[in-house]
Design a binder for this molecule. Structure first.
Ligand code: C2E
Ligand code: MG
Ligand code: MG
Ligand code: MG
Length: 282
């Protein structure tokens, strides 16, 4: 009994005091190997016009299939990848894979909407980012206007550098979106000085839209101001028809969320695109 408890105590100690950093170290080592071992894959989630019901975009979202720990969510490894700088090579892989897949679907007549790719602020510190993106577009043969880069408001922390890079990206012709809008420090009036095309209202606002009138007011305000400033406004994380109705009533034009579809592996997305084409219900 005592021995048993002793053992448990040891495990308790190891999993709670050191466990976190052990897990983190394991993750970091694994992350370094993941690229060469092809353990990353992309899932794709549709973005829908709330006006016509048509597909207007696809967002690529990374997934990590770890050989021992199984599926690891991006929320767990993206922050670590950012901390270690590994997000730079990982981000390059994502850009390549997403553009390549988008082009492949275009080539078989399945897709003519932009592909959205999440870009970390750390990638903005990479001097070769612009050159890399331009090379990928060239080699894949994808129009710049078919690539939509999603960045978060954290780029505002280094406003000057970010402004330079965003302007260079705009010159390339890619679309620029602000992801998770409303969770950071930026204001819409600040964003109008940047060459931004879209803002994505964060899921947390959409979640509470109907239960907290404050959130509803926030969402209305973001939609109105966004439209007045000529941004395309898209709502993230739509799960219910009630949320959808609210957004439609308040003139939100684009939406994304489980209500339409979860992010799907490439082969399932391909079927989704095929079914849409043949006119079958989604
Ligand atoms: P995000 O870019 O804001 O992506 C939206 C997240 O919300 C995705 O989670 C998506 O699966 C999830 N989502 C979409 N609709 C719904 C919904 O209706 N309900 C719920 N509960 N969730 C919904 P995911 O794929 O786990 O990605 C989380 C975050 O990880 C992303 O947030 C993004 O910030 C980051 N991320 C994902 N892929 C990449 C990548 O390739 N590069 C970088 N730098 N970050 C990435
Ligand atoms: Mg995103
Ligand atoms: Mg988001
Ligand atoms: Mg997010």
């Amino acid at each position: 009994q005592a021995k048993e408890r002793g053992k448990n105590n040891f495990q308790f100690y190891s999993s709670n005091l050191n466990g976190l950093s052990v897990r983190k170290m394991e993750l970091e080592i694994g992350l370094r190997k993941a690229l060469e071992n092809n353990q990353f894959t992309l899932h794709y989630q549709p973005q829908m016009s709330l006006v016509t019901g048509k597909l207007v975009g696809l967002e690529a979202l990374i997934r990590w299939q770890h050989p021992e720990h199984g599926f690891i969510a991006p929320s767990e490894f993206i922050p670590l990848a950012e901390e270690t700088g590994l997000i730079v090579p990982i981000g390059k892989w994502v850009l390549w894979e997403a553009c390549n897949q988008r082009k492949a679907w275009e080539s078989i007549g399945l897709c003519d909407v932009p592909i959205a790719v999440n870009v970390s602020v750390r990638q903005f510190e990479d001097d070769h980012l612009i050159e890399y993106i331009s090379t990928v577009l060239d080699e894949v043969g994808l129009e710049a206007t078919q690539l939509d880069l999603e960045i978060t408001e954290s780029i505002m922390q280094n406003f000057e550098n970010s402004t330079v890079i965003l302007n260079q990206l705009k010159e390339l012709g890619v679309l620029l979106s602000i992801d998770d809008f409303g969770t950071g420090y930026s204001s819409l009036s600040y964003l109008k000085y940047l060459p931004i095309d879209k803002i994505k209202i964060d899921k947390s606002f959409v979640d509470d839209i109907l239960y907290h009138s404050n959130q509803g007011v926030m969402v209305k305000t973001i939609i109105d101001m966004g439209m007045n400033l000529n941004f395309t406004v898209i709502a993230e994380g739509i799960e219910t028809v009630e949320q959808l109705s609210f957004l439609k009533e308040n003139a939100c034009k684009i939406g994304q969320g489980y209500l339409f579809s979860k992010p799907l592996p490439a082969c399932e997305m391909q079927n989704y695109l095929l079914n849409r084409k043949s006119g079958a219900p989604i």
